[in-house]
Ligand binder design. Structure first.
Ligand code: NAP
Length: 551
């Protein structure tokens, strides 16, 4: 016997106050829903609140790393082409202020659990502050790269110096002046922090396990005329972003590597290198799927490493040889390779000479003891499932959303998973997620969910769940789209590997934003095919505001 007549405390609980959570709360409020936002940090910002390490900045151009509403776009002034973490945090604070979402959030409040009660169709949400509420819908804007991976090095507790994580950097100045510093990890975070810390510290040891391709950002002042031109016609640029596979208007390839002469290939490679950043992932149409095409790009960047790094032995160690370019996430940073020309920076090859343990005075590798005063761990995140699992969401069988993901994530449209009615995972596995600009990704998903809830409200439904067949079909489609990618064969956080039979599952949807949006639109046009609706007619607020009242 079940009844959805009882009213929950809130229509929607939104978890996380990053760029997705801010938009979600504002959109649901505009739609007339009662909303509670829960955020563990002391304020808005999400990963940009916690990843405040020296050198942190985004690798999406600021023209497109924005909400596209007139009151936000026109009134904000980005300083640089690629904004720094402090600038992004200021922007998100500005957006939260303008959208008036802060009063709807409880900050410094970590969600400790949410249990689906099938008898009344609600989630009972608990937190570490004792706050406990019920909600009809649970919307996770908690991020895919937000749960820091814990440094699990033997001896870490005995270290007598200071240690920090890039992903959970303290909200205070950390002085490196006169210090010997170890930086462990050379992914996007590690390579950004090396050049900045190197300018302050006495000595820096960079522990590299796998060499990454690091592309200069070609950062600079924002082109204000370009920004103003976009601001003057936001809808046109927004639509172009939705029509772009990456959700930002970086250049796209137009030719296969093999349609071009050697001279033409060199010209395009030079152009992309000069453009900077992720443009290097888009030199040739076939570089993501054809190893020979990809090798033109990989070799070009390998050559640049040798041009930029004076010492040939260090240059060789920094040169990525184990995988094709773009098959792990490209790192974007200016000045990384040049840092190794400084007398106070040493590269430690943590593959040839692995870290054995942390000692009270530093780091012991297989061959030596390195004394340091500070260790910076830039070792990444529990990607995709970290924040979701930490939220401790259970259904009536005691299962978590990822309980049936042991052979890779399974979702419908990357938004919902079977067994968890009314739970929405924003930018989740099976959506374009980490492959694209998070601004259009979040806004598109949240608009989809908000429209879905509005249509349910109009029809008097209070429960929605994906059909198992729809989830199977979507999961198979995500796999098909990724099947030819070189990156499917390479170890990285976007690939789930089943170690018993060696099968591999690419986690995000690799078909690009326009294809994804087309599929979502087709689902809406079909009357939400693939979703099952049921439930009663109990909503907290009876009056729905116009759906057009959105950002
Ligand atoms: P990451 O890409 O996962 O890199 C982690 C690094 O730590 C890798 O170099 C890894 O080596 C190393 N590592 C991990 N465990 C280690 C161990 N036990 N010993 C030695 N080395 C170890 O993490 P991230 O740099 O924080 O970046 C994660 C993601 O966040 C990025 O891919 C990106 O999506 C996002 N991000 C974006 C920006 C930006 O927009 N510019 C900036 C920062 C982060 P292996 O490679 O050998 O595993």
């Amino acid at each position: 016997m079940r009844s959805d007549d009882a009213k929950p405390d809130y229509d929607v609980v939104v978890v996380g106050a990053g760029l997705g959570g801010i938009y979600a709360v504002s959109r649901f409020i505009a739609d007339g829903l009662s909303v509670l936002g829960i955020e563990g940090g002391q304020d808005v910002g999400g990963v940009w609140l916690h990843n405040r390490y020296p050198g942190a900045r985004v690798d999406v151009e600021s023209y497109f790393y924005s909400y596209f509403s007139p009151e936000l776009y026109g009134e904000w002034e980005w300083e640089e082409r690629y904004p720094t973490q402090p600038e992004i945090l200021r922007y998100l604070n500005f957006a939260a202020e303008r959208l008036q979402v802060r009063p709807h959030f409880r900050f410094s409040t970590w969600m400790t659990g949410a249990t689906w009660d099938p008898s009344n169709g609600m989630y009972s949400v608990t937190t570490d502050t004792g706050l406990a509420v019920t909600a009809r819908y649970l919307v996770m804007t908690s991020g895919q790269l937000s749960k820091p991976r814990k440094p699990r090095f033997e001896g870490i507790d005995d270290f007598e110096g200071e240690w920090y994580q890039t992903s959970a950097w303290p909200d205070r100045d950390v002085s490196f002046t006169g210090k010997r510093v170890a930086i462990i990890g050379t992914g996007s975070s590690g390579v950004q922090t090396v050049p900045v810390i190197a300018q302050q510290a006495d000595q820096v040891y960079v522990f590299q396990r796998t060499a990454n391709y690091v592309i200069p950002a070609a950062n600079g002042r924002l082109d204000r005329a370009r920004y103003n031109a976009i601001a003057a016609d936001l809808d046109t640029t927004w639509q172009r972003m939705l029509d772009h596979p990456g959700g930002a208007l970086s250049p796209l390839p137009t030719s296969s590597a093999f349609e071009l002469s050697g001279e033409e290939r060199k010209r395009v490679l030079d152009e992309r290198w000069a453009y900077g950043g992720h443009a290097m992932n888009a030199v040739f149409t076939d570089q993501a799927t054809d190893l020979a095409s990809n090798t033109f790009v990989s070799d070009y960047v390998r050559g640049k490493v040798h041009e930029l790094v004076h010492d040939p032995v260090t240059a060789q160690k920094l040169t990525p040889t184990e995988y094709p370019i773009g098959s792990r996430r490209l790192c974007v940073c200016s000045g990384y390779y040049e840092s190794f020309n400084r007398d106070n920076v040493e590269l430690v090859d943590a593959k040839a000479d692995p870290i054995v343990r942390i000692t009270p005075r530093g780091i012991r590798t297989a061959s030596r003891d390195i004394e340091v005063d500070i260790i910076v761990f830039a070792i990444g995140f529990d990607a995709f499932t970290g924040a979701l699992d930490a939220a401790n969401i259970t259904n009536e069988h005691g299962e978590h959303p990822s309980s049936h993901w042991s052979r890779g994530p399974r979702t419908y449209l990357g938004l919902m998973t079977t067994g968890f009615p009314n739970l929405f995972i924003i930018t989740g596995p099976g959506s374009p997620s980490v492959l694209i600009n998070f601004f259009p990704a979040n806004v598109q998903h949240i608009n989809f969910v908000a429209d879905l809830l509005a249509s349910m409200k109009a029809r008097g439904h209070t429960r929605v769940e994906p059909e198992p067949a729809a989830e199977d079909e979507w999961t198979a489609h995500v796999a098909t789209v990724a099947s030819k990618l070189l990156r499917l064969g390479v170890e990285n956080y976007m690939v789930h590997v089943n170690h018993d039979d060696g099968s591999r599952v690419f986690i995000p949807y690799a078909g690009g934003l326009p294809a994804y949006i087309d599929l979502c639109d087709a689902v809406v046009a079909s009357g939400y095919e693939g979703f099952t609706f049921s439930g009663g007619n109990a909503w907290v607020d009876e009056d729905s505001q116009s759906l057009s009242a959105r950002i």
